[in-house]
Ligand binder design. Structure first.
Ligand code: AMP
Ligand code: MG
Length: 743
């Protein structure tokens, strides 16, 4: 007797991918592609806006632009009648209202989101003011940026699912080249069988138990196996119930073969009883059908009598009636003339499955479904194997290896998920396998909810609870309850300053820093001006503050020991810094410094003053003078005023913000993290990265962004060092100048 693995090998060696055929892509879901799919056209086919806003020329902003028309998705630019300019000179100082997905009109190269424009003359005055710089290509998906012409979209061997269909649809690929789906014909055998869904039964709503003859049972296998075959991706043909009579069997099989079936699946009549004729029929003892029987018994439980044969088509009698075909769409099974059908394929795979329903179900999953998938073109058609931990002791069969039905449950499996990294060796993240109960092959309810077949060796003996066993997946796992691994917080590799700002270059135009992907983090070209927010807020320093400052030279102090209301000291420290860096007022790359006075030193007032300074002056940098020990409210001002910011000083606030930041990056369930998904198109997320980079680079200050300006709080001591560390890394001075300063 051969083993089950050998049996599977034999079956797969006889099942080959079927011929290629082309069909409309929507009909190819479930099929395997026979050739790759390339994009016949780029997507988007035109430069498309990513935002609702105004299309502009990047060179024209910041500035106030005249609105000359509108371009909406599906409706390209319609110029306002009043716009007399020709197409060529049209776009200097002009903007076009644009919606997401609309073509960016020729001559325009960037889109300013609606949130970033102001309407100087009221909403419908035909002019928009843009305060920030935008680089060419900003908020525009260029032609082919999602899909390039000629790009390989799907590969040969890929299974077509809903998303692959979506890809083909997006690219406008109408036809799929796939393998033909096999036609699987299914019959039940047995004198005792009655059809549970026979028309006569369905007609009477009150079908009672006694409409079955005393010696009869309902035919479960045929309906179950037809559904199994469909699920495996086959087209099916219902051959009905055959009596335990060799001629009836041969006739049914001949009908299937003649109808063009690629596979015949019979159940029952393959064991050793005097009415078990299937093997003899397949061997050709009754004429009409003659096949080569590859095996007729397998060393396994349940399903020992499993039989596999190949029937040669040409030996089939021509005088057969047509089978009852369902799910057969035209081609070979119904309309084609007989002669044509016969030429197609030399052999038909015939499976004789044991009659006991569990045996039929298990053997179908182990050998028939893989054969079907191989015919469809699956590269590895075998059931997926995973490992599981036994929930209870299982006694082994003394004679045969067993395929024990089980359901999976992750939650109760004893894995230490919360501390997975620290979990001791004995604990695993494997699912727990629960037996479906008594495994006798007639008890079909042992298949209820079964997700896997545990591969158990032959006995004697038992396998103990807690043992790891291998398991073959026989249905979508997770459809039953309880199959949910706990959510874990992944280890986040935080961007490091060298990656984020390391490739930065300083330019005369302003602050430019690039990430690896060339996405600009601080690509906001603004005036070379630093606004210093000062405020009347006095504090007394603690002894520990003073001790900490003991070695700070007086020249580097921006605040007096008595308090920090000395705005002049902060302004002077800033100027001094710029002078040392060689970019002081008057020079070639001169920076301007001006004071923005806040009403008082509360975080709200400081934030308002910082915002006002950023918005009104288009300063590149807004520094908030320290507000007390730990500079808590000036740091809070950055946090409150910019939404993002990471204090370099106040440990408590820093810890809280880091937690908040981690949540933001988590892509988690709360609304806020949705808004800040790291998809690269989200300026909040970019700001978050930038802010993190600031913190990581050890500025010792808290920084964020408002209206395109960098807003930073200053520490209350050692202000100048913070300026040096902070401002140099904000890249307001040429690299060669600050490198010396920092080292
Ligand atoms: P057999 O393999 O024909 O000896 O059948 C083994 C057992 O399975 C017998 O108890 C049959 O009555 C039962 N059986 C056979 N075919 C079916 C079927 N299609 N549906 C339900 N039970 C079946
Ligand atoms: Mg029987």
């Amino acid at each position: 007797m051969i083993s089950m693995p050998e049996a599977i090998d034999i079956v797969l060696s006889r099942a080959a991918p079927l011929e290629e055929e082309s069909l409309p892509f929507p009909d190819a879901v479930g099929r395997v592609l026979a050739s790759e799919v390339t994009a016949p056209r780029p997507h988007p086919p035109f430069p498309a806006s990513i935002m609702d806003g105004y299309a502009v020329r990047a060179a024209d902003v910041p500035g106030t632009l005249r609105v000359v028309g509108a371009a909406r998705a599906g409706a390209p630019l319609a110029r306002d009648k009043s716009d007399k300019s020709s197409e060529s000179d049209a776009d200097h100082g002009r903007a076009v209202y644009i919606t997401t997905g609309a073509p960016v009109p020729p001559g325009f190269d960037a889109v300013v989101p609606i949130e970033r424009v102001r309407f100087p003359g009221g909403d419908d005055a035909g002019a928009v003011a843009v305060a920030d710089a935008f680089s060419p290509g900003a908020n525009v998906r260029s032609v082919g940026s999602d899909i390039q012409r000629g790009e390989v979209l799907l590969r040969a061997g890929d299974r077509v699912g809903p998303h692959e269909l979506g890809i083909a649809a997006l690219a406008g690929v109408a036809e799929a080249r796939t393998r033909r789906a096999p036609l699987v014909a299914v019959l039940s055998t047995g004198d005792e069988l009655a059809d549970p869904f026979a028309d006569s039964r369905l007609a009477s709503a009150a079908s009672s138990p006694d409409d079955l003859r005393p010696s009869s049972i309902f035919d479960a296998n045929r309906h179950m196996l037809l559904a199994c075959a469909r699920e495996a991706g086959a087209r099916v043909m219902d051959l009905g119930i055959a009596r335990d009579d060799p001629d009836a069997l041969a006739d049914a099989i001949a009908r299937a073969v003649d109808a063009g079936a690629d596979v015949v699946v019979a159940s029952g009549g393959v064991s050793e009883g005097d009415k078990d004729h299937l093997k003899d029929v397949l061997l050709g003892s009754f004429g009409r059908v003659a096949g080569a029987v590859h095996f007729g018994r397998v060393m396994m439980k349940p399903g020992k009598p499993l039989t596999f044969a190949e029937i040669s088509r040409t030996e089939i009698s021509r005088t057969v009636s047509t089978g009852r075909a369902e799910d057969v769409s035209g081609t070979d099974a119904t309309d084609a003339p007989e002669g044509k059908r016969r030429r197609e394929k030399k052999t038909v795979l015939a499976f004789g499955l044991p009659g006991n329903p569990v045996s039929a179900a298990v053997t179908f999953a182990l050998v028939v479904a893989p054969a079907v998938r191989r015919m469809l073109g699956w590269a590895d058609p075998r059931p997926r194997r995973l490992q599981a931990v036994l929930a209870q002791d299982i006694a082994l069969d003394k004679e045969r290896p067993e395929y024990h039905r089980a359901t999976l449950d992750w939650e109760a499996s004893g894995g230490d998920f919360a501390n997975f990294a620290n979990a001791d060796a004995g604990k695993t993240n494997l699912p727990l396998a629960r037996s479906t109960g008594r495994q006798i092959s007639s008890r079909l309810t042992s298949m209820r909810g079964a997700e896997v077949l545990l591969e158990l060796p032959r006995g004697p003996g038992s396998v103990a609870k807690g043992s790891v066993v291998s398991a073959l997946v026989i249905r979508d796992i997770g459809t039953q309850g309880g199959l949910q691994m706990p959510r874990v917080r992944p280890t986040v590799v935080k961007p490091k300053s060298p990656e984020v700002l390391g490739a930065a270059t300083s330019s005369a135009a302003g602050i430019v820093a690039r990430r690896d992907d060339e996405k600009k983090v601080f690509a906001r070209h603004r005036a070379r001006a630093i606004a210093v927010v000062t405020h009347p807020f006095v504090f007394a320093k603690s002894a520990s503050d003073l001790a900490r400052e003991a070695d700070v030279p007086d020249s580097d102090r921006a605040v007096t020991d008595e308090g920090n209301d000395d705005g002049a000291a902060v302004l002077e420290a800033t100027r001094r810094f710029l002078r040392r860096a060689g970019v002081a007022e008057g020079g070639d790359a001169a920076w301007r410094v001006f004071e923005a006075r806040a009403e008082n030193g509360t975080s709200r007032r400081l934030a308002a003053a910082a915002r006002a300074a950023a918005e009104s002056s288009s300063a590149s940098i807004v520094l908030i003078a320290p507000s007390g020990p730990g500079a808590v409210s000036s740091q809070a001002a950055v946090v409150a005023g910019t939404d993002l910011g990471f204090p370099g000083l106040a440990p408590r606030m820093r810890a809280a913000l880091e937690r908040a930041f981690a949540e933001t990056m988590d892509g988690g369930e709360d609304e806020r993290s949705d808004e800040r998904s790291l998809d690269g198109e989200d300026s909040d997320a970019e700001d978050a990265i930038a802010a993190l980079a600031y913190r990581e680079s050890g500025f010792g200050i808290n920084a964020g962004q408002v209206a395109g300006a960098v807003v930073a709080s200053l520490p209350c001591t050692n202000c100048e060092e913070a300026l040096r560390e902070g401002l140099t890394k904000m890249l307001i001075v040429p690299r060669e100048k600050w490198e010396g300063l920092v080292s």
